[in-house]
Structures are given as C-alpha cells and as structure tokens.
Write a protein that binds this ligand. Structure first.
Ligand code: SAM
Ligand code: SF4
Length: 337
C-alpha cells in the first residue's frame, strides 16, 4: 500500500480511527436505539461488501489505523465474514493496527472463531443488565440465554471482551455493582455509557427521565470499592478508573456531562456510505456517490480529505436545560454507535 497521507482536521487532530456501520438492521429493538416497528433501508442503498472493502481500504491508505465494525447488528449482515476476511490483509501488512467489533453478542456462537481467525483480538459487547426480565424489557426482542452463550463463545475463542452498559435510571441503576463484580470474575472490562439523545420517535421525555449521570454511578461504586483515576486515553470519550482491590478497569463514557471533543480522533461511516465527522452534528459527506461515480481512487481520497477538512470542533449535546439540547434526529443504528 502507498505511503499514507495523514488525515488531519482543522483542529490539528489526526484522524486514525474509523467506525463503520455495515447494516442498519438488527435482531434486537433496544428501547433507546430503535422503535419497535423500524423501517430499514432498501438493499440498493447499502454499500455492497466490495464497496465497503474499497472505502475502508482508502481510509487505511490515508492513515486510519483502527477500524471498528458496528451497526445495527454487524453480524446479521449477510456474508459479513467476507468483509472481515478481506480486512485481515491490512492487519497482515501492518497498515491496520486493530480490527474490532461492537456487537450484541447474539450471533457470536457462530462467528467468534472465524472472527478470531480473521485477526480480531477484542470485541465490545453491549449488555445493560444481567437480569433476564430486564434484558427482555430493554432489548424487546433479545434472548438472554443466547447472548450469554455468545459471550462464552467469544471468551472460548480467546477474544478479549469489554462489556458496554448503557446506564438507565430506574432500569439498571441497582445493578452497577453487580455488573462490575460479574465482569471482574469473568476477566472482562466494563464501560458505562450515558444514554444519548438519538432518534426522533421515542420522545425526549423518555431519555430525559432515563438519564443517569455517570458521576452518580461512579459515586455509587466508590462507596463499595476504592476507585483511582487512571490516565488511559483512547482518544475517545471514555475516562477510566482502577478498582484498587482487584485491579479491574472501569470506563465511563460521558458525552453529556463532560466534553471530550478535544481529543477526538474518529469519524463514522454509515452503511450507506455517508461520512459523519461528528456523532453530534448533522454535517455529512456522501462518499457513496463518489465511490459509485468513478473507479478512480484518487477522487475518493480527495473526497475523504475534503470531508475531514470539515470536521467540527465538537458536539452540542446538553441535558442541563429543560429539554434535550443538541438532539440528533438520526438513530444510533444509522450512524453506528
Ligand atoms: N448492535 C450492536 C450493539 O448493540 O453492540 C452495535 C450497534 S449499537 C448502535 C452500538 C452501541 O450504541 C451499543 O452499545 C448501544 O448500547 C449504544 N447505543 C444505542 N443507542 C444509544 C443511545 N441512545 N445512547 C447511548 N448509547 C446508545
Ligand atoms: Fe440493535 Fe445494538 Fe441498537 Fe440494540 S443497541 S437495537 S442491539 S443496534
């Protein structure tokens, strides 16, 4: 591969991390993410697996070192292993440092070993509760036993697991400690995520009611264990603490109560080839059009650079006012969480 032309945004941030949504579909309907009767995109709108490969390859040629595959549920995309197997060539060449995945774990029994064979070392698994009934309430369509089995499969395949739990007041706020302990016993990392104001048809009230400030989660955990801040930056919105008693690491993703934009190193590609330069802003670049117009990679490289040159300084999410400020109308499953 040719020498990379680094992607540097107007605020001197190097863009080295691409999150790619490979489908808007999902086998779950989590309450904070999708409505129950979602309408999904027609297939022609989606980037084909070949187009995804070409586009990701151009990002890697331009200096992206880390690729996270997300969705929707990435493992329900037909033929997705073709894409992972294709990307493994960039791991083998050293152009890519890390290929990883965010999943609800429902399909991991089938895919954990092939993913490990493709070079994946780690997976992020979204799991908000260890209570089967609550799991049903949150995911609507999810099957708890299947997810637990998927987690076991990933573990058996040697993948390092990080659990991501969305903190939901009145739903899983009595479980934070239990989840931390369970992860500790299993050797998993855990990160709590503040619920974000995404999606238009679920009403602001719901998420305002459900918003549980992670400072409160931290204080709650701190009453039971000794937490020390650790300087561990992934360039993302997570802050980490260490549990002194066990050495376990806990992350807190706080896009709302703390700003994290100054160290942002990432952009997001939707399954239709739109590049979002910021999760919390509407501006996007249509890379699918450029990709489909011409087989010329130089045009695609130019479009990628032009998009990065428009990356904004930060987002405007704000729960501090009466309503939800800076709210985005698109769903997380579209942008890729
Ligand atoms: N289906 C996969 C999964 O659930 O891991 C990948 C896609 S999902 C959109 C990625 C992450 O976004 C999940 O951890 C989910 O909990 C999170 N998410 C979805 N909607 C959210 C919201 N409104 N606020 C905060 N996190 C959200
Ligand atoms: Fe599906 Fe993930 Fe959204 Fe839940 S959070 S509905 S599993 S895409």
């Amino acid at each position: 591969m040719q020498d990379p032309t680094p992607l540097i945004d107007p605020f001197a941030r190097a863009i080295t991390y691409l999150r790619v949504s490979v489908t808007d579909r999902c086998d779950f309907r989590c309450v904070y993410c999708m409505s129950e009767n979602m309408t999904f995109l027609p297939k022609a709108e989606l980037l084909s697996l070949e187009e995804l490969d070409r586009l990701c390859t151009r990002f890697i040629a331009n200096g992206v070192k880390k690729l996270r595959i997300t969705g929707g549920e990435p493992l329900v995309r037909k033929g997705i292993m073709t894409f992972f197997d294709g990307m493994s060539r960039h791991l083998a060449s050293g152009a890519l440092s890390e290929l990883t995945l965010t999943t609800n774990a429902s399909q991991l029994r089938r895919f954990a070993n092939p993913l490990a064979d493709a070079g994946l070392k780690r997976v992020n698994i979204s799991l908000d509760t260890l209570n089967e009934q609550k799991f049903k309430d949150i995911t609507r369509w999810g099957r708890f036993a299947q997810v637990m089995d998927g987690i076991d499969a990933a573990d058996e395949a040697g993948l390092k697991i990080k659990i991501n739990a969305v903190a939901l007041k009145g739903t899983n706020d009595d479980e934070a400690l239990h989840m931390v302990e369970w992860c500790g016993q299993r050797g998993f990392d855990i990160t709590f995520i503040e619920v974000m104001p995404m999606g238009e048809d679920m009403g602001d009230g719901m998420r305002l009611d459900q918003f549980w400030d992670l400072d409160d989660v931290r204080a709650h955990l701190g009453a039971h264990m000794t937490l020390t801040d650790i300087p561990h930056s992934t360039g993302g919105p997570a802050r980490y603490v260490r549990v002194e008693e066990t050495g376990q690491k806990i992350g807190f993703i706080t896009p709302l109560s703390h700003n994290f934009c100054e160290s942002c190193n990432r952009v997001r590609l939707t399954c239709t080839g739109q590049l979002f330069m910021c999760l919390g802003q509407e501006d996007e670049a249509d890379l699918r059009r450029v990709l489909r117009e011409s087989p010329d990679d130089a045009a695609l490289d130019a479009a990628i650079h032009a998009a990065i040159a428009r990356k904004p300084k930060g987002h405007d999410f704000d729960y501090s006012r009466q309503g939800v400020g800076g709210k985005m109308t698109r769903h997380m499953s579209h942008t890729g969480g």
